[in-house]
Design a protein around this ligand. Sequence first.
Ligand code: ZN
Length: 150
Amino acid sequence: MTFDLRELYQQVILDHNKKPRNQHPLDTSFKAEGHNPLCGDRVTIYIHVEDDRIADVSFEGEGCAISTASASLMTQALKGKTIEEADKLIREFQEMVTGAPDAPDRMEHLGKLAVFQGVCEFPMRVKCATLAWHTFRAALDDTEDAVTTE
Ligand code: ZN
């Protein structure tokens, strides 16, 4: 990765950390809480599901820049997707941040989410980046148990 690209990626993460998108509660039964004890990140994900589609998704939480930016970018990426499409994106995001060997081939259609590709070099940070995504999955499944990355 060139220096300029890295710089750009950092700017996207900083921007979403400073001005998170879709950061508010929603009145819905599809919600879940997640916690990453290693870093202290906490997130609550809210989802409105209509006809097998993610009609709306939002989050609340406190955490490091990576966890907040990841939750913010995730809400943008998943809004309007079908549940099947959302599942696929969640899988691809996880493969990217955990450094799956063939992940770079799919980077293009991950769009802005590609800013997290550098995270795979920092195992501690992978949990920060994936917390919102695990929690989204739990909210869809309507799991009562709080999600923890441990
Ligand atoms: Zn964190």
